[in-house]
Ligand binder design. Structure first.
Ligand code: GLA
Length: 382
């Protein structure tokens, strides 16, 4: 189904799909216009509702998860992701709220890497401590493009298939990259993301999603009381420019040790050089599972609502960023400003600066190979 032809017929939200229900409620998908980009392209907002009434609003602009309503322990639904109500606000200024990120998620030192004897120059669009780097795919990353969208329901599970063709040379990257991302809102209350890509030239690929979560609900203050546990005995320390030093270091005895449960705020103000560089947590954890199978990377629990979120991934790493750059300048969906540390991200990924770090797992995709990786955010209460 072509979204443009659909949008021209649909102004108000209308049900475009309803699943077959066997006892449970029917999964549904509705869509409505999400406004136009500066170039006049139509964007749409798809509302995926699973059999339990859990809802995700996803737009084909940047593949952004705009809203995600999940129950607390009393069954009250709150929107647990940060974001905006209109595409115009996302276009104007966003710290990657909810978006798909690529071609390389995270940082590349000085925006340069060598591949097959050739040096590639990427846009340097970020400069922590005044040290320039390439961040999250550049000035026009996958978070800022309009994806083709195809909603579907299979086995009473609503989904949205997004497709983007990233041309050779885009943002300095080699090779045409043909990308498909499939979101599914499954009936165990998981948001499942499948990333697929193929190329016609060797190229680095590291796709992720940049949702900011607050399990109390977006706009409900800081996330310092959320309790984390990561299946990660190591992390990749960084320099002042937030580029890994190349070391894989043990978390033991540091504020980076989440192998047992700790609140985000518990050690965030410890006198620690790494914490200073990040302005708080903004680091890549080396997940214990390195074999590419789907494994539990971590769990986040919010005590007042009783909500928890598990992150499952096939990726070897996860960036935990706790909203250190949020400063109240972004006004979110319910009219509240997002202040310092009002949301956190768990970006499953290969390690930052991988193309320049020979000891890190490679992110080079070659012609004939398939980039294929799955991440799941599963919600529950206790
Ligand atoms: C990432 C980075 C952070 C920051 C945010 C966006 O997750 O690790 O340093 O750039 O994106 O604000």
């Amino acid at each position: 189904m072509n979204i443009n032809s659909l949008i021209s017929h649909v102004t108000l939200a209308s049900v475009i799909f309803a699943g077959a229900a066997f006892g449970a409620s029917k999964a549904t998908i509705t869509m409505q216009s999400f406004g136009k980009t500066k170039d006049g392209a139509d964007t749409a907002l798809y509302t995926l509702t699973n059999a339990n009434g859990v809802k995700a609003d996803i737009t084909n602009y940047g593949g952004i998860v705009v809203r995600l309503f999940v129950p607390d322990r009393e069954g009250n639904m709150d929107d647990v992701v940060l974001g905006y109500n209109t595409v115009a606000e996302y276009i104007l200024d966003t710290p990657y709220f909810g978006a798909l990120i690529g071609r390389i998620g995270n940082r590349v030192a000085d925006g340069k890497f060598k591949l097959n004897g050739q040096t590639y120059n990427l846009v340097t669009n970020n400069s922590p401590a005044g040290i320039p780097c390439h961040l999250h795919g550049g000035t026009l990353g996958y978070d800022k493009v309009v994806w083709d969208a195809e909603p579907f329901i299979e086995n009473n599970t609503p989904g949205l298939k997004l497709h983007y063709f990233s041309v050779d040379g885009e943002e300095g990257y080699p090779g045409n990259l043909d990308i498909t991302v499939e979101y599914r809102l499954t009936n165990d209350n998981s948001l499942k993301i499948d990333y697929l890509a193929t190329t016609d030239k060797a190229t680095p690929v590291n796709l992720t999603n940049h949702s900011y979560f607050n399990l109390k609900g977006e706009g409900q203050g800081d996330i310092l009381d959320h309790v984390l546990m990561f299946n990660a005995a190591n992390y990749t320390p960084v320099n002042a420019g937030l580029i890994p030093t190349g070391k894989i270091s043990s978390v033991k005895g540091t504020p980076f040790d989440f192998t047992s449960p700790h609140a985000i705020g518990e050690r965030i103000n410890d006198d620690n050089e790494q914490m200073g560089f990040g302005g708080g947590y903004d680091h890549n954890w080396v997940l214990d599972n390195q074999d590419g199978d789907l494994a539990l990377a971590g769990t986040v629990f919010e005590p007042t609502s009783g909500r928890f979120m598990e992150v499952w991934t096939e990726e070897p790493g996860m960036q935990f960023y706790c909203g250190n750059f949020l400063n109240g300048s972004h006004i979110g969906k319910s009219g509240k400003s997002y202040h310092f540390r009002n949301g956190f991200c768990l970006e499953t990924q290969h390690y930052p600066d991988s193309p320049n770090q020979k000891s890190f797992p490679s992110i080079i995709l070659k012609p004939g190979e398939e980039y294929k990786t799955t991440t799941i955010y599963r919600f529950g209460t206790r």
